[in-house]
Unconditional design. Sequence first.
Length: 440
Amino acid sequence: MLAAMSATADSPGSPVAAVARKSGGDACPGTLRLHRADDGALARVRIPGGVLTAAQARTLLAVADRLGDGELHLTSRGNLQLRGLDAECGGELAELLRAASLLPSDRHERARNVVASPLSGIDTSGRPEIRSWLTELDALLCGSERAAALSGRFLFALDDGRGDVDALDADLTLIAVDGARALLRTGPGGPLLPVPFDAAPRAALLAAEAFLDLAADPGVWRISALPDAARAALPAEAARRAGLVPPGEDPPAAPPRPTAPAPAPGTVAGPGGAVALHLGVPMGRLTGTRWRALVETAERLGSGELRCTPWRGVVVPGLAAEAAPAALDVLAGAGLVTGPGSPWAGVGACVGRPGCAKSLADVRAEAEAALGPAGRLPVYWSGCERRCGHPHGEWIDVVATPAGHRIARVRGESRDAPVAVPDDPAALAAAVAAARGART
């Protein structure tokens, strides 16, 4: 339902090189499987579509205060991480999340990776409302024994037709055409299969189960990692299981559809004179001050709902238009990005030092030191070659190296020749500013 800043990652790995198979088990963290980091244990709470009630949001901050470092950390899939946890707190953490309806199925908690167009139903675009998809898909996932085997990296995307989350290269993407028709995309850049709107969530689940059967090997976590023959067979197998084509026939392919960038921070006009606020979260760090300001705005002025976005932002829907200016002032005072002209707009980073032992630098501090006028391209700072949480599409890649940094422009699966920059703050800031303003 929902809509780059930065933080920790849901999708570690190189932005251009696909790994065919992983040896060893899927160690992606969840709420029942904590990950040990240099700053304590880490838990990732899956928030399908990023949608939270104000009560759930308050619970998460209370848990962060009680068990962690007092902050929530947004991921590149609109999920939330708790850091600085005691390694022995897992039982208490799970109990608190279950009570808030944030852990509906222990066996499926890491499989509930679902992003959704964050402005669906709350702007004036006239696109179909896809909230029903989100509710139904989550219920189907939690009710499928087979889906419990999905890795913590497998991603569903629900796009209301604007192309924003279709741009995220999910494993399975549903795209609304109108209130009666939809499209199912299997794999990043894969073919588009026509499907009835109301049957779309079930078709997505059946496609995920087909992926598991075709993968056969538990070391294959994503559709992009399937062997070529299996990846080519998946669309037809998914269509057959969903009853979209008679047995023995190939499904028709729909024409390609354009993708779209993330919405800019600021006010979003909605139906009936209501507005929504889209706020960027610098470095994905939701301090207690920032989170409380968001929750209080949602409770006092909005619909009582928050939507975390896969671009490390938060949408607060349902405000009266006349209340928006004062609310934006309060939220800006809390340190949130309220407009596209902010120097923080488009700036992201992994957690870096001291939280990550693999990082070669405190990239968050470096990114803040290099802030300047908002650039044309987003920039993402990584402390090592893993580039945890990097964005998609076109962006500037800044990677720490033993000798300084390496900067390159990334466009999908290709990248320009990198430029090496010595470990000098002024030179680094100038090089990043020049790269962000580059035009083809």
